[in-house]
Ligand binder design. Structure first.
Ligand code: GDP
Length: 420
């Protein structure tokens, strides 16, 4: 299994534009396949009287790494030049969107494939829009099957212009456009002699150029308070560090109450000396230098980099409820450890998660819709944009005990004076 430091890339594109072939090529040309697999697949193809396809190789590889297949999305891994990669092959948009939004999988970068002969298709546009919905900013566009258009620079340039303009319109700017032939291996791992006019990076080099998103420790401190325990005269504030580092001596502010105090101790069991710091990902407890009243749901941070506090925000929401999300009805919202009542204020835009078809805006969000919405909470809560901190920028919508939807915060709006 890949380590947690592995870099996650999602690959998307219109069916038949060459996703599997590209992946098969990458794995074959980086020697990532188990010994003999290439020969085995070639032999099977010969036996069955069909031409060898790199896509078959990829399918075989997928079976090999069976443990990597989840019901929802297929993942394969390989390493190259000291970096481990997890490649998410999104068979359906619905599963991918659901996984991303619920936090089950988070892609740090994306490779979008376009068939040079077919050009930009409606699906290619929707994929671009989907990446923008999810806030994926690192993107490489592979213009594949260049062999079918005689490796013509004009064809490539026309696609770069058309698709580049579209992506810009949805707020996405790809780092690279790469002309390639997955079938022939041009500009995938090996640089192509067939396209001397292209001086940019190969597909594999582009993967290496993507930056690893900051790991939790590099982010501003976020400590969502789970519980407050009373021990003798002391109060221990318990929770899981969502981001950053918590240190003894830090002045922390609790949001939304805005109370501050200094961290006196960080608690631990069965250790000779109490630790002086705790890092992201750790469940821990700490005490303060003075008794202040804080409660579950608040977020502790450092004053200069505190989360936002508001009762209104804009979000991209994925709806899984059998009953639609409607206005004028109250739901529960859970964000980190905070639980609050919410209402849907506005629906700005809706798309169908399976087809990525735009849906005419209506007064409700139905099962499997992805919607851009504005949400109001009954009282102000502490939160972040998902792009800044995923744990405190992601929420679920509940009704009773059932989770009906999940979303990511895209913009925190100003407080509304009137409570609902
Ligand atoms: P996917 O549906 O996106 O995974 O597409 P596949 O990888 O299965 O490829 C679809 C078809 O396109 C297959 O017949 C491939 O052989 C073919 N194909 C893929 N890449 C190339 C390429 O670079 N050049 C040519 N000529 N055909 C390709």
């Amino acid at each position: 299994h890949p380590p947690s430091t592995a870099f996650t890339v999602v690959i998307v594109g219109h069916v038949d534009h060459g996703k599997s072939t590209l992946l098969g090529r990458i794995y074959a040309d980086t020697d990532s396949l188990p010994d003999g697999q290439l020969e085995k697949v070639r032999a099977i193809c010969e036996q069955q009287g069909k031409a060898f396809e790199y896509a078959f190789l990829f399918d075989a590889f997928l079976e090999e790494q069976e443990q990597g297949i989840t019901i929802d999305t297929a993942r394969t891994f390989f390493s190259w030049e000291n970096r481990q990669y997890i490649i998410i092959d999104a068979p359906g948009h619905k599963e991918f969107l659901k996984n991303m939004i619920s936090g089950a999988a988070r892609a740090e970068a994306a490779v979008l494939i376009i068939d040079a002969a077919e050009g930009v298709r409606e699906q290619s546009r929707r994929h671009g829009y989907m990446l923008s919905l999810l806030g994926i900013r690192q993107i490489a566009v592979v213009v594949n099957k260049m062999d079918l258009v005689g490796y013509d620079e004009q064809v490539f340039n026309a696609i770069v212009e058309e698709y580049g303009a579209f992506l810009k319109g949805v707020g996405v700017s790809p780092q690279q456009f790469i002309p390639a032939s997955a079938r022939n291996g041009d500009n995938v791992v090996r640089r192509s002699d067939a396209m001397p006019w292209y001086r940019g990076s190969t597909v594999l080099e582009s993967l290496g150029l993507f930056e690893k998103l900051p790991t939790g420790e590099d982010l501003p401190l976020r400590f969502p308070v789970q519980d407050v325990y009373k021990f003798d005269a002391r109060r221990i504030i318990a929770g899981r560090l969502a981001a950053g580092v918590l240190r003894v001596g830090d002045t922390v502010v609790f949001s939304p109450s805005n109370k501050t105090a200094v961290v006196k101790t960080i608690e631990a069991f069965n250790v000779p000396h109490l630790p002086l710091a705790a890092v992201a990902g750790k469940s821990t407890g700490f005490t303060l230098d003075e008794q202040i009243f804080v409660e579950r749901g608040e977020i502790a941070s450092l004053k200069e980099s505190a989360p936002e506090v508001s009762d209104r925000f804009r979000a991209n929401l994925f709806w899984m409820g059998k009953n639609p999300l409607v206005r004028g009805r109250r739901y529960g919202l859970r964000l980190a450890t905070c639980a609050v009542e919410m209402e849907l204020e506005t629906i700005h835009r809706i798309i169908d998660a399976a087809s990525l078809d735009p849906v005419a805006v209506k007064d409700r969000v139905d099962l499997n819709d992805v919607a851009e919405v504005t949400i109001r909470t009954r009282k102000p809560i502490a939160l972040d944009c998902y792009a800044e901190c995923d744990v405190t920028g992601r929420f679920v919508v509940v009704d009773g005990y059932d989770v009906w939807g999940g979303g990511i915060v895209t913009e925190v709006l100003s407080d509304e004076q009137e409570a609902f």
